[in-house]
Design a protein around this ligand. Structure first.
Ligand code: CTP
Ligand code: CA
Length: 227
């Protein structure tokens, strides 16, 4: 486990976390991406390791240091992330999808740098696979799946729909229009939506504190099952 006091609440549990943005290449020098920095996912990986879990962090490109005591798998695209996660679907007890996965990628990758030409260039995009939904489809009894939902309106309603569609146990929803929640900040204000219908409105807190709050809920879900 990493720094801090040893806390055994996730001892021996196998936890996979996705973090950061993905990059979807257009040509050798250009990509589509988003503003996620990976802070929330890295905080979750650190905290899970501190609690005694075996942790795999599947992370998109970024500047954050690899957490101590965590196996970090660096990936670039949504398809790379999907392959790295699904390869561990049978291994994991807990998966937490904190990554901001690109929903679409360019329909074609141009092997040579795209040259400028006409005044208007139309890009065609195609859907990427949904990592959490694919884990949800093959979820085995005892596995706990946690998603995030970045929303700009109707937070709890969209979150609940995602929980059901992806077969998740818990979803952490944040309103990304708030300046202190979401991308590239150290704080978050989350609404937790549980599978049993419970909803918890958490106050503004650091991403480290939110990671601890999420892992408390995960430990409780695991505690109701055989270790
Ligand atoms: N997610 C995923 N694979 C994708 C897209 C999303 O695993 N291809 C995960 C995210 O990591 C997050 C959850 O699904 O935990 C919800 O992501 P979000 O972007 O909020 O929802 P989507 O299902 O992609 O729907 P939309 O973007 O249309 O709101
Ligand atoms: Ca999305």
């Amino acid at each position: 486990a990493g720094g801090g006091a040893v806390d055994p609440t996730l001892a021996g549990r196998r936890v996979l976390v996705t973090a950061g943005a993905t990059r979807e290449a257009l040509d050798p020098v250009r990509f589509l991406s988003n503003r996620s920095t990976g802070k929330m996912g890295y905080a979750l990986a650190r905290e899970a390791a501190r609690r005694g879990a075996q942790v795999v962090l599947v992370a998109g490109p970024g500047n954050l240091p690899d957490p101590e005591g965590v196996e970090v798998v660096h990936v670039e695209s949504a398809r790379d992330m999907h392959a790295a996660v699904l390869a561990r679907a049978g291994w994991l007890d807990v998966a937490i999808g904190a990554a901001a996965v690109a929903d679409y990628r360019p329909a074609v990758f141009q092997p040579h740098k795209i040259k400028k030409g006409e005044d208007r260039l139309v890009l065609e995009l195609v859907r990427n696979p949904d990592i959490l939904a694919d884990l949800g489809r093959q979820k085995r009894p005892g596995q706990v799946l946690v998603g995030f939902a970045a929303e700009t309106a109707d937070l709890a309603e969209y979150a609940r729909r995602k929980l059901e569609e992806k077969n998740l146990d818990l979803i952490v929803a944040n309103d990304v229009t708030q300046p202190d929640a979401g991308f590239a900040v150290d704080t978050n204000r989350a609404v937790l939506v549980h599978r049993d219908g419970r909803q918890e409105d958490l106050p503004l807190m650091s991403k480290d504190a939110l990671a601890a709050a999420i892992l408390d809920r995960v430990a409780a879900l695991l505690g109701r099952r055989d270790p």
